[in-house]
Design a binder for this molecule. Structure first.
Ligand SMILES: Cc1cc2nc3c(=O)[nH]c(=O)nc-3n(C[C@H](O)[C@H](O)[C@H](O)COP(=O)(O)OP(=O)(O)OC[C@H]3O[C@@H](n4cnc5c(N)ncnc54)[C@H](O)[C@@H]3O)c2cc1C
Ligand SMILES: NC(=O)c1ccc[n+]([C@@H]2O[C@H](COP(=O)([O-])OP(=O)(O)OC[C@H]3O[C@@H](n4cnc5c(N)ncnc54)[C@H](OP(=O)(O)O)[C@@H]3O)[C@@H](O)[C@H]2O)c1
Length: 391
C-alpha cells in the first residue's frame, strides 16, 4: 500500500467518508489561473473547485483529483495496437465499456512502470528484448528503459504482443488519483477548495509528454469543466491548537500551497501567534507565487516575516535554507519561544537540506553539538512541533 493510501485509510474522518476515490464528488472548476509569468520555466496554476454541502477540510489536508488520460495519448496507444477504440472490454468491476473509455478513464497509460513491463513480457516469453527487462537481475536495465517512456513506447518497441484488448487489464495498472495540498482555508472560502498545481510537460524519446493529472488540469479543466474529487485528511500536518504559538513555514515552489491555507486560517481566526514564511522559486519576476496576497499579509501583519530565495536571480544559487542560515539567531529564538516548524514541497533534496540547516541553526543557537541538536529536534517532533508534508 502506498504511503498516501495508507495515510488515507488511517485518517479519513466522517466528513470525507461520503465522497471517496471510488465515489468522488463531481466538482466544477471555477478558477484556473496561471500563477507563473510568461518566460518562466514553470507552469504553476491556481485552481479552484466547488464543494458539495457538508464537504469540509482543515488546512494541511489534500484534495484528490481523479484525472483522465488525454485523448491524444489514448489515440496513439490505439494506433500502436491497431485498434479502433470501439472494441468492447470489461472494466475492473466487470462492467462492459469501450476500449477508448477504458484507456481514457480506467488504465494508467502514462509513465511506464517496471511492473507493467513484467506483465507485458509474460505475454511474449520468447521475445529476447523483453526477457532482458525482466527479473531482479535486470532491474537497473528495466528502470533505465522505463525512465521517460510511456506504455505507447513499449507497444511500439515490441509490436504484436497483445492478442486481444482485454489483456490490457492484466498489463496496465489502474489510473490512480493524484493528491494536491489544499491552498485555502474554508474559514475564508466556505464552498470551494483551492490548489496550486505545477503542470508537468517535457519531451523524451522524441515525444511531447505531460503529467496525467497536472496536464489534465493545465489543458482540459477550464472554468466550468467537471472534475471528480475527494478530500483527504492529513492529521499529521496541522496548525498548533494554541493560536498564540509562533509558526515557521518553509515552502518553496508548490510547497507554498498548505502555508497559504495556514495563513488564511490564522487571519480568519485573528490568531495572535507570529507567522514566518520562507518561500523559494527560480525568479522573482516570473515565479513569485501569490506575491500580492503575501505582500498584503505582510503589510497587515498576518505575516510577521516573509523571506524569499530566488535561486536563479544571481550567479550563485540561493535556497530557502540559505535564508534560514542568514537568520539563524532569530530562528533559534523563535524555536525557544515554542515555534512550530513546517516544511512542504520537494522530498528528494529540499526537505533533507532544510533539515540539515535546521539542525545547524539549533546547534549554533544553543552553542552545542550536532548530537544535542538532534535531540532537540527529536523533542520537537515528539511535541508535534516539527511537521513535514513532502512529496
Ligand atoms: C500529499 C501530496 C501533496 C501534493 N501536493 C502537490 C501540490 O500542492 N502541487 C503539485 O503540483 N503537486 C503536488 N503533489 C504531486 C502530485 O500529486 C502529482 O504527483 C503531480 O502533479 C504529478 O502528477 P501527474 O499526474 O501530472 O504526473 P504523472 O503522470 O504522474 O507523471 C509524473 C512523472 O513523470 C515523470 N517525469 C516528470 N518530469 C520528467 C522529465 N523531465 N523527464 C522524464 N520523466 C519525467 C516522473 O516519473 C514523474 O514522477 C502532491 C503529492 C502528494 C503525495
Ligand atoms: N511527482 C511529480 O511528478 C511532481 C509534480 C510536481 C511537483 N513535484 C515535486 O514537487 C516539488 C515542488 O516542485 P516545484 O516545481 O513547485 O518546486 P521545486 O522544484 O522544489 O523548486 C522550487 C525552488 O526550490 C529550489 N531548490 C532546488 N533544489 C533545492 C534544494 N535542495 N533545497 C532548497 N531549494 C531547492 C529551486 O531552485 P532551482 O530550480 O533553481 O535549483 C526553486 O528555486 C518538487 O519535488 C517537484 O519535483 C513532483
Amino acid at each position: 500500500m502506498s504511503e498516501v493510501l495508507e495515510q488515507e485509510a488511517k485518517a479519513a474522518p466522517a466528513h470525507s467518508a461520503r465522497y471517496t476515490r471510488n465515489n468522488p464528488f463531481y466538482s466544477t472548476v471555477t478558477v484556473n489561473d496561471l500563477l507563473t509569468a510568461e518566460g518562466s520555466e514553470k507552469e504553476t496554476r491556481h485552481v479552484e473547485l466547488t464543494l458539495d454541502d457538508g464537504m469540509t477540510y482543515t488546512p494541511g489536508d489534500a484534495v484528490g483529483i481523479i484525472p483522465e488520460n488525454r485523448p491524444e495519448a489514448v489515440e496513439v496507444v490505439l494506433k500502436a495496437l491497431g485498434y479502433k477504440g470501439d472494441e468492447r472490454v470489461l472494466d475492473h468491476y466487470k462492467v462492459e465499456i469501450s476500449l477508448e473509455e477504458a484507456l481514457r478513464t480506467r488504465l494508467g497509460i502514462g509513465k511506464l512502470a517496471r511492473g507493467c513491463v513484467t506483465q507485458f513480457a509474460k505475454l511474449a516469453p520468447d521475445v529476447d528484448g523483453l526477457k532482458a527487462l525482466v527479473g531482479p537481475e535486470n532491474k537497473p536495465r528495466a528502470e533505465e528503459y522505463c525512465w521517460g517512456r510511456e506504455f505507447v513506447d513499449l507497444v511500439t518497441d515490441f509490436p504484436g504482443v497483445l492478442k486481444n484488448p482485454q489483456e490490457l487489464f492484466n498489463v496496465l495498472q489502474r489510473l490512480t488519483p493524484r493528491m494536491y495540498s489544499i491552498a485555502s482555508s474554508q474559514a475564508m472560502h466556505k464552498d470551494n477548495v483551492q490548489t496550486t498545481v505545477r503542470v508537468i510537460r517535457y519531451e523524451s524519446h522524441g515525444r511531447e509528454r505531460q503529467g496525467v493529472a497536472s496536464g489534465h488540469l493545465g489543458d482540459r479543466a477550464g472554468v466550468g469543466a467537471n472534475m471528480p474529487i475527494f478530500l483527504h485528511a492529513n492529521g499529521n500536518f496541522r496548525l498548533p491548537e494554541d493560536t498564540s504559538a509562533p509558526v515557521i513555514m518553509i515552502g518553496p515552489g508548490t510547497g507554498i500551497a498548505p502555508f497559504r491555507a495556514f495563513l488564511e486560517e490564522r487571519q480568519a481566526q485573528g490568531a495572535p501567534g507570529d507567522n514566518w514564511l520562507f518561500f523559494g522559486e527560480q525568479r522573482a519576476a516570473l515565479d513569485f507565487l501569490y506575491k500580492d496576497q503575501l505582500h498584503e499579509m505582510r503589510k497587515n501583519g498576518v505575516l510577521t516575516h516573509l523571506d524569499t530565495a530566488f535561486s536563479r536571480d544571481q550567479a550563485k544559487k540561493v535556497y530557502v535554507q540559505d535564508r534560514m542560515q542568514e537568520k539563524a539567531a532569530e530562528l533559534y529564538r523563535w524555536l525557544e519561544r515554542g515555534a512550530y516548524f513546517y516544511v512542504c514541497g520537494d522530498a528528494t533534496r529540499m526537505a533533507k537540506d532544510v533539515e540539515l540547516a535546521l539542525l545547524d541553526v539549533i546547534a549554533k543557537g544553543s552553542n552545542c553539538t550536532l548530537e544535542h541538536a538532534n535531540e532537540y529536534l527529536a523533542a520537537m517532533k515528539k511535541q508535534k512541533r516539527y511537521q513535514r508534508d513532502v512529496y
